[in-house]
Ligand binder design. Structure first.
Ligand SMILES: NC(=O)c1ccc[n+]([C@@H]2O[C@H](COP(=O)([O-])OP(=O)(O)OC[C@H]3O[C@@H](n4cnc5c(N)ncnc54)[C@H](O)[C@@H]3O)[C@@H](O)[C@H]2O)c1
Length: 355
């Protein structure tokens, strides 16, 4: 009999980690999740992810939770030595660029050093195993804001044919304002690339746009679509920070992220980088997201407008998905933005009235 495939997922109680756990459990993998609910430390009770850990423990017989901080270098080493996983998906992070400014050491220790802890242990104990790192489009800093833009009725858009398909992996990450979060994630991104290029580990960096879905514990500082929909459902005020509410994000459902991760793990390459988002088709501005949420809740969005944009925030960002599709032609986006918003609305209703 073939030995069972073992997947190690860090940040397993978070949006992406939990989706990946469910996806690979269905494929027959043994799933080992690492999470210490650090999101509740970063964002307070609204960021608590224990509910999601319990959901995985109750619904997935093949799921094993490890209460481990990825900053615990010896602990990470021991776990990888014991498991020697077939593949690693690293999704644990301090994920907010605004929060990072207040906690620079925690941010860097989790995002950069935590990633290095995992890479070193992976090289030592399972160098053949694909290693997928969830990076971010914030590695490009605010440089996307230098692209010529046009203002449309409800959104900004690129006014340069070079970006008709969005931002590609060749975009410079240098000499722009990243936020401390963008800097710590860029450090980890380069480390993951280096473990591929220098040590030939099958690593990849997925530079996420807005990764979203029903299992996000969205808060004002992270998880914009989940949080926006939550405000709409609860009829609470959403705060727009600058750019007339026309700032554009590209949104990808966590399930489509998990499907790409599966494609990569099935046919890994070394030291690759992919921009992973919803692309132009699944992009929306805040104003457009309000309208979409209203379609499913019936409530117009309550909001206030603040003139000051967030430092380093993108005015318009959508990912060029062509490299992902060229390398993995069987992969494509399957969940439309409407479908995703519908699922998020339903999830917030469920979470407000647990059975
Ligand atoms: N959601 C997005 O829009 C988005 C966009 C771009 C990139 N990303 C990246 O994708 C990854 C996953 O994001 P997400 O939205 O699922 O985040 P999330 O906050 O929902 O999940 C991250 C999980 O990691 C855990 N964690 C944090 N620090 C930890 C530590 N030191 N040790 C163990 N566990 C720890 C948290 O408790 C949380 O459950 C992150 O690396 C993030 O930077 C996310």
């Amino acid at each position: 009999m073939k030995p069972k495939q073992v997947l190690l997922v860090t940040g397993s109680s978070g949006l992406i980690g939990s989706e990946v756990c469910g996806f690979f459990a269905q494929l027959g993998f043994d799933i080992h999740g690492v999470d210490n609910n650090q999101r509740a430390v970063f964002f307070g009770p609204a960021g608590d992810t224990r509910w999601n850990q319990r959901r995985l423990e109750q619904s997935l017989p093949a799921f094993h939770h490890h209460e481990l901080d990825i900053r615990d270098r010896a602990g990470v080493g021991r776990l990888l030595a014991e498991l020697r996983p077939t593949a690693i998906v690293h999704a644990a992070a301090q994920p907010s660029h605004d929060r990072a400014a207040d906690i620079p050491f925690d941010d860097f220790d989790v995002n950069a050093v935590g990633t290095l802890n995992l890479l070193v242990a992976a090289r030592q104990h399972c160098p053949e195993s694909p290693f997928v790192y969830l990076s971010t489009n914030k590695v490009y800093g605010d440089r996307p804001n230098t692209i010529k833009l046009k203002e449309l009725a409800t959104r900004w858009d690129y006014d340069d044919p070079a970006y008709a398909h969005g931002i590609s992996e060749n975009f410079s990450i240098d000499q722009s304002k990243h936020s401390l979060f963008g800097a710590s994630k860029a450090a980890a991104d380069i480390l993951a690339q280096e473990y591929g290029r220098y040590f030939n580990l099958p690593t990849c960096c997925l530079r996420g746009g807005c990764l979203t879905g029903p299992n996000h514990s969205g808060v004002e500082l992270h998880g914009f679509l989940s949080y926006l929909v939550k405000c709409n459902v609860e009829q609470k005020e959403y705060r727009i920070f600058g750019y007339k509410g026309k700032q554009v994000r590209d949104n990808i459902h966590a399930e489509d992220v998990a499907r790409f991760i599966h494609a990569f793990i099935s046919a890994p390459r070394a030291g690759e980088v992919y921009n992973l988002g919803g692309g132009r088709d699944n992009s929306c501005s805040l104003l457009e997201a309000f309208t979409l949420a209203q379609e499913f809740t019936g409530h117009p969005q309550k909001y206030t407008y603040l003139d000051q944009a967030r430092a380093g925030d993108h005015i318009c960002y959508y990912s060029d998905l062509r490299k992902m599709q060229a390398h993995y032609p069987q992969w494509s986006i399957t969940k439309s933005l409407r479908q995703t918003v519908k699922e998020i609305v339903e999830a917030w209703h469920r979470r407000q009235t647990p059975s």
